[in-house]
Design a protein. Structure first.
Length: 414
């Protein structure tokens, strides 16, 4: 069983949407009312109590608190408490320059929260939300239609968060419980992450999958070119800083989308192959795998790796596959055949070359070492002869993305 958040677009007629937005606007007014109370008290007396008890009393004096569901109003109260908690934590740490938590803009629509068993029902795509019993217009609940991904069936909805922003309009975020798939076997695979090959996976029979990192690189190269035309952020040009942030977000989104495709494909293949455990390096060697001479890598160097680990872990979880992190120290420098560690001169055109005669795709060598670290056995040892076999790489196509795959074990031994 896994818990995940499903985002859904809220479809509602004009009147329903107006009521919903009014409830969200009530939440903003309540938030500001509570903030005002605490700030006022703090400014007058130098202290204030951001406690539930204290704020519940204030909540009763705020007429707009009746404009939306009572448990949602309590959630607003908790948001205020949270804001004050971090404010007090900062002051305690001696950072007294911070001001008391600020107001939300009057025109903002604040989120509405619902918890399992209280104030909402979901039947098919029909979401019914209770708005409490105290609204002036007398509306007690609204029903909206949700538009969401269809490929996922869930058994329970633990909660709903309703948000609004200008780009997406009203959105429902459903926290759902999904039954995880069961692994089909007990095979194992180890993963090495890199730049040239984003993912190199070696299975327990020596089969190796290579997912090229070329597209990730080209996305970053493109946005680097765009960035070069924009003045760097500085104190005197805030607008440009904003443009910088925008570029960063667009770039991240594109890279993330690509990584989603790669990791989804990889985890699915693992599942089909009967894998129940994936070993990934713990990224201790992250520096040695990044070519810092490349201008691209001055920035954003580590995050794609962490993203991949996060995505693989999450998706594997949905497939009932366990992910373990293992030490990857020296895995890229160690010869998988003879165990010798050498710092330099290991790579020639993507090949790991050792004096002992071992010569394989460098990332496959690294992945084999991670496999060895995780499972205490080599994925490349032929059971019959005890000899270490050599992986051979074949390119295959995955949509618009190029993936490389090895031949079967039989071919490897040849
Ligand atoms: Zn060697």
């Amino acid at each position: 069983m896994s818990v995940l958040t499903l985002k859904a677009k809220v479809i509602a007629d004009e009147q329903t949407q107006a009521v919903l937005l009014d409830a969200m606007s009530c939440a903003t007014k309540v938030y500001n009312g509570l903030i005002w109370h605490l700030r006022d008290e703090f400014e007058r007396t130098g202290k204030t109590k951001a406690t539930r008890k204290n704020l519940n009393a204030v909540l009763k004096t705020l007429p707009r608190a009746k404009g939306y569901y009572s448990l949602s109003a309590q959630a607003t109260r908790d948001e205020v408490i949270q804001a004050y908690k971090s404010f007090f934590a900062l002051r305690k740490a001696g950072r007294t320059q911070h001001q008391t938590p600020g107001f939300r803009r009057k025109t903002d629509y604040s989120p509405l929260r619902y918890y399992e068993g209280f104030g909402f029902t979901l039947e098919g795509d029909q979401l019914n939300l209770s708005l409490g019993t105290g609204r002036q217009d007398g509306v007690k609940s609204v029903t909206v239609t949700l538009q969401m991904r269809q490929d996922l069936s869930f058994q329970r909805v633990r909660g709903v968060l309703l948000t609004y922003d200008k780009t997406h309009g009203p959105c429902a975020h459903l926290v759902v419980e999904v039954a995880a798939k069961q692994p089909l076997g007990n095979r194992r695979v180890a993963v090495d992450l890199g730049e040239t090959q984003a993912i190199t996976a070696i299975f327990d029979d020596g089969a190796t999958l290579l997912y090229s990192g070329r597209l990730v690189k080209s996305i970053r190269r493109y946005w680097n070119k765009v960035r070069a035309k924009v003045k760097p952020p500085g104190a005197e040009n805030r607008r440009k800083s904003r443009r910088f942030g925008q570029i960063e977000r667009k770039e991240s989104r594109q890279v993330e989308q690509l990584l989603h495709i790669l990791t989804a494909d990889f985890v699915h293949r693992c599942w089909l192959a009967g894998v129940d455990t994936i070993a990934v390096g713990d990224l201790t060697g992250i520096r040695e795998r990044i070519d810092y001479t490349d201008a691209l890598n001055q920035r954003l160097h580590a995050w794609p790796f962490r993203k991949i680990v996060g995505m693989v872990t999450y998706k594997a979880g949905l497939h009932g596959i366990r992910v373990t992190e293992v030490s990857e120290s020296y895995t890229s420098q160690t010869c998988h055949a003879c165990g010798e560690v050498k710092k330099s001169g290991r790579k020639h055109r993507g090949l790991y070359v050792c004096a002992c005669g071992w010569q394989v795709q460098a990332d496959a060598n690294g992945a084999a070492n991670i496999f060895q670290n995780a499972f205490k056995v080599s994925p490349l040892t032929e059971r019959s002869s005890g000899r270490v076999a050599r992986p051979v790489v074949l390119p295959i196509r995955l949509g618009w993305h190029t993936v490389h795959e090895t031949k079967s074990k039989v071919a490897l031994a040849a």
